[in-house]
Design a protein around this ligand. Structure first.
Ligand code: DAH
Length: 341
């Protein structure tokens, strides 16, 4: 009898299946209701009483081995199927859509501006968004109670001494001049805040990029040449630049910069309100008093500064008509910029 058990055991151990049918044959033979082991159990009554215990144990072990093997066979079939799939991918299936995120258009513009200025030796410096009165206003020549402060609708966090959300990145100029010695060539991109109603053209949170160049003998000609270079790199060689006299407390003389409308090329359209020109930012020669406020000798050094809105530049570059699109996170908008780096 034990010879019979051994041969069944060997049969189980060496059993191989290559498809579901063969698996089913195995199941019927060793696991199913009328399996071969059941007949061994039926033999039990013919076994001499003193051998019954051992016999019983052997068929129980056999039953256990048959079940374990069954699981192994199921697994081996599954493995084989998945390997088969890898070997023969179905090339007619539609491709999986690529759902990778992209660079936000504002980040792309910010990086592009930085890359352009890095090529002419500018580095990047950052400052805090929560700023004190000195760095946001006083050091930049905004006297107390001066109306120019009113123009920048400030979000105050605390009064006396004033702590506010910075209204412009010009505050970083002061921080850099306080901590570094000329020559200084730096670019300060960052988020700024103003207490304004949100519309297609204005937001209470937006971005600026500030530029600052301080050295011996820096003149307005350097400012113009630097910004010509920048505008042509960013918007294309055909773009023209003009400076209009303006006023900022921290620069003297001050100017506003316009470029020829990149939509109509200067012919006149809705975007440029039929003037052919669009404004991109402010600039000027750093007021000697501002240099002195930050501990730089204004008799030895001079410099220029400029500031631009990153939203504004991005809107012009990609013809975006509503500023709110930048913060709504609508994927239909963002996907249009998925190729930007
Ligand atoms: N800070 C100004 C603003 O927010 C922009 C600006 C104008 C920055 C002239 C400058 C500058 O550095 O020279 O409106």
């Amino acid at each position: 009898m034990s010879a019979n058990i051994n041969s069944i055991k060997e049969e189980i151990e060496s059993y191989l299946v290559s498809n579901q049918e063969e698996l089913e044959q195995y199941r019927q033979r060793f696991i199913g209701r009328k399996n071969i082991l059941a007949s061994l159990f039926a033999e039990m009554k013919n076994i001499p009483a003193e051998q019954r215990k051992e016999y019983g144990q052997q068929i129980n072990e056999l039953k256990e081995a048959a079940t374990v093997k069954f699981q192994e066979l199921i697994q081996s079939l599954e493995d084989e199927q998945s390997v088969g799939q890898e070997k023969h991918p179905d090339l007619t299936l539609p491709p999986q859509p690529d759902t990778l995120g992209g660079i936000h258009p504002l980040s792309a513009t910010r990086s592009e501006i930085i890359r352009i200025f890095e090529r002419i030796g500018f580095n990047v410096s950052e400052g805090p968004e929560i700023e004190d009165d000195w760095h946001n206003f006083t050091a930049l020549n905004f006297p107390e109670n001066h109306p120019a402060r009113e123009m920048q609708d400030t979000f105050f966090i605390r009064k006396k001494p004033d702590i506010a959300l910075r209204t412009h990145t010009s505050s970083v100029q002061v921080r850099v001049m306080e901590s570094e010695r000329p020559p200084i060539r730096t670019l300060s991109p960052g988020r700024v805040y103003r207490n304004e109603a949100i519309s297609a053209r204005a937001h209470c949170v937006f971005h600026q990029v500030e530029g600052l160049f301080i050295d011996e003998g820096v003149s307005f000609a350097d400012l113009k040449q630097t910004l010509y270079y920048f505008v042509k790199e960013l918007f294309g060689k055909q773009t023209k630049v003009r400076f209009r006299p303006s006023y900022f407390p921290f620069t003297e003389p001050s100017a506003e910069m316009d470029i020829t409308c990149i939509i109509c090329g200067g012919e006149g359209c809705n975007i440029c309100k039929h003037t052919g020109w669009v404004e991109i930012g402010g600039a000027g020669m750093v007021d000697p008093q501002v240099l002195e406020n930050s501990g730089i000798d204004s008799k030895k050094y001079s410099g220029f500064a400029f500031g631009m809105g990153i939203e504004r530049i991005t809107m012009l570059k990609y013809q975006i008509r509503d500023l709110r699109l930048f913060t709504e996170n609508d994927v239909r908008f963002l996907r249009q910029f998925s190729s930007l780096t």
